[in-house]
Design a protein around this ligand. Structure first.
Ligand SMILES: [Zn+2]
Length: 404
């Protein structure tokens, strides 16, 4: 008898199923292989083990601070509990990154007026939710205190409190000592990037956005405070940074919301950024995961892109908005001081929300995300390769094959 599953292709599965339905009755449940798909190829790098020094970069997607998250923080006097299960990992990464998808402009109202800071409250006037966000700056204190080393501020919500909101957000990031990239104060001409040095590695971080809720060209960014990814300067900045640093990490804000695959322009831009000298691209904005892949540049470098890291914490309801990952990328240096990627791993996670109480909002290890965790994992593994997955509780090792 022929081996049915091994001879199936996606093209003829449908035909086989309808034959099965005729043979066994139309109410027959579809067999498991109806949902089978080609396994996603693992992302591997040709040299995992020869490095003499190493640094591990951790990354999550959007801090998307809808009102239930702000209400819980007001009640608990902290935001940090909302990712408490992951503090062990945000502190384990040598350099931890996330996307700050909101201004944290102290005392700035919806009308962009300065008033006395009402404190860590949800007042829906100074501190607001979708679609014009502003969050109490305790958020950036908590991000810093839980081990984050750098955030992107270039995203579609950057100007949700106008020019003054960008300026005041920079004030808070500097007060707290949390490095950031992609925005600047009114009138500033500071560099768009920031450099983080760790374990002898100089990493340059550059954030930009293709999308801005208040239109870039018409009225939104009058003072040029947010780096537009379409700006021709971006490629020159990457080239310059590549010459001066061990690795350039670009964190573009791009793509279409709720799309599981990157748009053609994301793929094109990723290649341009990587070919210009970037080593890693950590994308965000679609609120759902998008694939990761290796790209070999014309000059022979093995580079990496994940098109979307999805939401890290949010109140968005769909499974694809709640299923997320914490990503780790390992960089090594060889004896000549050349930097290369030694491996990539991710931990699957799940955002608990919409349970009926805002006090429940929290990102959890996928195993704890019952009853939807398994569904979340299935979604994640439709997009990211299973072989690159590690489990919650595992030590962060991006090249486990070298420890055998
Ligand atoms: Zn966004």
């Amino acid at each position: 008898m022929m081996n049915l599953t091994s001879r199936l292709t996606s093209k003829n599965i449908k035909a086989v199923l309808s034959t099965a339905a005729i043979l066994f009755g139309a109410t027959l449940a579809a067999p498991a292989f109806a949902h089978a798909q080609a396994p996603i190829a693992p992302v591997k790098f040709s040299d995992a083990c020869s490095g003499v020094s190493h640094v591990t970069i951790g990354a999550v997607g959007d801090f998307l601070m809808h009102d239930p998250l702000q209400k819980k923080a007001a009640r608990q006097k902290t935001f940090a509990n909302q990712w408490r299960k992951f503090h062990r990992y945000t502190t384990a990464a040598d350099i931890m990154y996330g996307n700050l998808e909101t201004p944290t402009a102290r005392g700035i109202t919806r009308d962009q007026q300065q008033v006395a800071d009402p404190g860590l409250v949800w007042d829906n006037e100074v501190y607001t939710s979708y679609q014009w966000f502003n969050v109490h700056p305790k958020l950036v204190e908590d991000i810093k205190a839980t081990g984050f080393d750098v955030v992107s501020t270039a995203n579609n919500h950057a100007l949700d409190r106008g020019a003054i909101g960008v300026t005041k957000t920079v004030d808070e990031l500097e007060r707290v000592g949390l490095p950031f990239t992609g925005t600047r104060r009114s009138g500033e001409t500071r560099d768009w990037h920031t450099v983080i040095e760790k374990n002898g590695f100089k990493t340059a971080w550059l954030a930009c956005t293709f999308i801005l809720n208040s239109d870039f060209l018409k009225k939104g960014d009058r003072e040029g405070q947010v780096l537009n990814c379409n700006n021709k300067q971006v490629l020159n900045i990457i080239k310059t940074l590549a010459a001066e640093n061990d690795a350039v990490i670009v964190t573009p804000h791009w793509g279409h919301e709720n799309h599981d695959a990157p748009a053609a322009y994301q793929v094109k831009a990723a290649k341009m950024f990587l070919n210009a000298g970037a080593a890693l691209i950590l994308g965000a904005h679609p609120h759902t995961l998008q694939p990761m892949e290796k790209h070999v540049t014309p000059d022979g470098r093995e580079t990496f892109v994940i098109y979307s890291l999805a939401n890290f914490i949010s109140f968005q309801p769909a499974m694809k908005n709640k299923a997320t990952v914490m990503l780790f990328v390992g960089l090594s240096k060889d004896r000549n001081g050349q930097t290369f990627i030694n491996g990539v791993r991710f931990i699957p996670a799940f955002m608990l929300n919409r349970t009926g109480s805002f006090m429940d909002v929290e990102v959890l290890p996928i195993e704890d995300g019952k009853p939807h965790g398994q569904e979340g994992l299935e979604h994640i593994l439709k997009i990211l390769p299973k072989e690159n997955m590690m489990r919650y509780g595992d030590a962060v090792v991006t090249n486990p094959e070298c420890r055998r």
